[in-house]
Design a protein around this ligand. Structure first.
Ligand SMILES: O=P(O)(O)OC[C@H]1O[C@H](O)[C@H](O)[C@@H](O)[C@@H]1O
Length: 291
């Protein structure tokens, strides 16, 4: 497979960022005065047609293998398809790039067959003191269709053993590790092993990181699910593009609409999902004791 062209680099006084046209895939966001916020695997393949491990993959028009299973490629075709740059502009406090994808950009007949609908997807990325991502999907066909979506952000943490994910208390979730529905989150989530949970929640989430001394705040709009994922040691060992120790350095907190929350769009309708991240530095916080 051939190498991907270099990512587009954007900057303004308040941030720098990087995005690949393939998958409109944001791989870097550094708000000025802070350490990088998005994790990118040092061993990811940067090859045409391969998913990039890290940053913010866009899962569309299905998540995992789809609401009723059996769909390929995993997480839909959008993350491995080149998107078109629509506009790109910078001001002092914000650098913005807008991408577009149409059904006609999907060249593989097997992929089109699994989603035989005319659509237009627009994705805007705003790099500033906040990272603001918005995915708008429009039904340009003459019949209704359903789709799933996720903005699968890999967030840098000092040590996943020590983070606390707040904001999900009381939310129902499907535990994909246990293959169990109807679980309910009690208090904050403190990862102690593989985590793969699809929460019913549109609430704000905070990733409290005592090692890096910061809190990442995630705010969502138009998103009924929050997915939290970390493969932990054993599963990570089976993912060559995560790297032996890479899994301790991130937690994925994804804005999503999946399963029963798949979006139904009538002809001409548009659905928008927004995902926003900001960083706060914290005073000394002992967090959990080291594992
Ligand atoms: O390895 P990938 O295809 O990128 O998927 C990575 C992960 O994505 C989501 O978080 C899913 O809930 C997980 O089940 C999956 O393992």
């Amino acid at each position: 497979m051939s190498q991907l062209p270099q990512p587009r680099l954007l900057s303004c006084a308040d941030a720098t960022g990087a995005v690949y046209d393939q998958g409109a895939h944001v791989t870097d966001w550094i708000p000025t005065g802070h350490a990088p916020v998005l994790w990118l695997s040092p061993s990811t393949a940067l090859e045409k047609g391969s998913p990039i491990r890290g940053g913010v993959p866009i899962c569309f028009p299905w998540f995992a293998d789809g609401a009723s299973g059996g769909r390929e490629p995993k997480h839909g075709f959008a993350r491995t398809t080149p998107w078109h740059v629509e506009t790109r502009e910078s001001s002092d406090h914000e650098a913005v790039i807008v991408y577009r994808l149409h059904d006609t950009d999907i060249k593989d007949p097997a992929h089109r067959e699994q989603f035989p609908h005319r659509f237009e997807a627009e994705y805007s990325v705003r790099f500033g003191p906040e990272l603001l991502l918005q995915l708008n999907v429009t039904n340009t066909d003459d019949h209704a269709f359903d789709f799933e979506e996720a903005l699968h952000a890999y967030l840098v943490v000092g040590d996943v053993h020590r983070v606390r994910v707040e904001g999900l208390d009381g939310a129902a979730y499907r535990d994909k590790v246990l293959d169990q529905d109807g679980c309910v989150q009690e208090g904050e989530l403190t990862p102690e092993g593989e985590v793969d949970r699809v929460y019913e929640s549109s609430a704000d989430v905070a990733v409290v990181d005592p090692v890096l001394g910061r809190v990442l705040r995630i705010r969502k709009t138009g998103s009924q699910n929050t997915v939290v994922w970390n493969p932990w040691a054993e599963k990570a060992a089976a993912l060559p593009d995560v790297g032996a120790d890479g899994w301790t350095d991130f937690v994925c907190v994804e804005g999503a609409n999946v399963g029963a929350n798949a979006v139904r769009l009538e002809p001409g309708q548009t659905h928008s999902m927004g995902y926003r991240v900001s960083v706060e530095t914290t005073p000394e916080d002992p967090g959990k004791p080291p594992a």
